[in-house]
Design a protein around this ligand. Structure first.
Ligand SMILES: NC(=O)C1=CN([C@@H]2O[C@H](COP(=O)(O)OP(=O)(O)OC[C@H]3O[C@@H](n4cnc5c(N)ncnc54)[C@H](OP(=O)(O)O)[C@@H]3O)[C@@H](O)[C@H]2O)C=CC1
Ligand SMILES: CC(C)=CCC[C@@H](C)[C@H]1CC[C@H]2C3=C(CC[C@]12C)[C@@]1(C)CCC(=O)C[C@@H]1CC3
Length: 345
């Protein structure tokens, strides 16, 4: 049997390659002829074409074997954004990412693509067509966002063309698609428990939801356009579906597609927000005695009730980005793939 030759500059490692986004990255990279290593804390799938390295990204000793002979690293590992564990976010997203960068430099990796988040510029106020020039949130709304800001700054500031180490950050927003372990499940659970009756605000607030394959496309384009003289070096790029949609319309389309009722009533944004603040205060007061991770947080209320959509013009201009799957197609595929969650009528 003839073996296909894989050029050395197409050898990459996907850190967090067993996660939702990570596994899609791996599949597309393999399709494109890359040799792929996966580094993750757990092995989430099998594929004989992939070499798996299981370890903690906070450990250089664990990381180094996964980076040998590798040209590009995609770093898309993070703790669950809703874990509310400050220590864990700082250890993995901030100091852990520093360890990843040091290990990459030591192993001679040349390109580093970080999965950041558009939320790094979100602090609960409306963002309409936000560009990459917007400043980082001065008052991030949760520890996850705080750690993603520190992480992105760290990655972009280590861009060092003189020493052949180039970095870029991709900022997606609201990633969704088949195999997503979070969004559709949370939605269906909320609907099942009878709590999906009210919209927060007037239901008109536009947001970005980004189909996972478009996010992957943005990452790979970034890696392929990242070279010494390119404008991408040390920069961040928003990657979205480029089709902002009212938050509650998006959720309703999934709910209706799975035969659940869409929310019909409205509660004022300010009421929901102050209620969530009050809950957070109570949780804080009792935290020395009981640890509770509330589902109703100011961040979630803000995500559901404000405008927050982002311009991806810079990605179009600098790397020729264009979504490969439209929002309609993406919703259809997502609903179809979650048909096991359908409510029997
Ligand atoms: N989902 C979204 O809507 C958005 C996500 N992002 C970013 O995209 C990236 C990918 O997100 P997503 O695919 O949804 O997340 P997932 O939780 O599905 O994937 C992350 C992966 O990283 C692994 N991981 C966590 N900690 C470590 C560690 N210390 N060492 C090695 N591996 C670790 C996780 O393992 P385990 O599951 O066991 O913890 C998991 O396999 C993240 O950086 C996230 O911040 C940005 C914007 C929006
Ligand atoms: C009201 C209700 C039950 C909504 C369910 C959907 C939510 C679970 C998602 C809607 C917007 C999503 C989102 C994220 C996680 C899942 C949602 C809250 C992130 C916080 C994930 C990590 C990021 O970097 C930013 C994302 C913003 C949007």
């Amino acid at each position: 049997m003839a073996t296909r030759l894989r050029p050395a500059n197409k050898k990459c490692t996907v850190i967090g390659g067993c996660g939702f986004l990570g596994q899609y990255m791996v599949e597309r990279l393999l399709d494109k002829g890359y040799t792929v290593n996966v580094f993750d804390i757990r092995q989430g799938f099998q594929d004989e074409r992939v070499q798996f390295f299981i370890g903690d990204l906070c450990s250089k000793k664990d990381l180094l074997p996964a980076l040998q002979g590798v040209n590009v690293v995609f770093h898309c590992a993070s703790p669950d954004p809703f874990s509310d564990n400050k220590e864990l976010f700082y250890r993995v997203n901030y100091t852990g990412t520093r360890t990843v960068i040091e290990s990459c430099k030591e192993a001679g990796v040349q390109k580093f693509v970080l999965t950041s988040s558009a939320s790094v510029i979100f602090e609960g106020k409306d963002i309409k067509n936000g560009s990459e020039d917007f400043p980082y949130a001065k008052h991030p709304m949760d520890y996850y966002t705080e750690s993603k800001i520190l992480q992105e700054k760290e990655v972009l500031s280590t861009n060092d063309p003189e020493n052949n180490f180039l970095t870029v950050a991709i900022r997606p927003h609201g990633i969704f698609g088949p195999r997503d372990p979070r969004l559709v499940y949370v939605l269906v659970e909320t609907a099942k428990s009878g709590k999906m009756k009210c919209m927060i605000g007037n239901g008109k607030n536009l947001v970005d939801f980004t189909y996972v394959e478009n996010v992957v496309h943005g990452h790979i384009l970034a890696a392929e356009h990242l070279h010494k003289d390119s404008p991408l070096c040390g920069k961040a790029y928003h990657i979205t579906n480029d089709e902002p949609i009212p938050f509650w319309t998006f959720l309703s389309r999934i709910l209706i597609g799975l035969n659940y009722e869409e929310p019909k009533y409205h509660i004022p944004y300010w009421l929901a927000y102050y209620l969530a603040l009050f809950v957070s205060l109570l949780v804080f007061i009792i935290s020395p005695f009981i640890k509770i991770n509330p589902t109703f947080t100011p961040m979630k209320v803000a995500l559901a009730g404000t405008y927050h959509y982002y311009s991806c013009e810079k990605a179009k201009k600098d790397m020729g980005y264009k979504p490969v799957v439209s929002l309609d197609q993406a919703l259809e595929r997502t609903i179809q793939s979650h048909s096991h969650l359908r409510k029997n009528s």
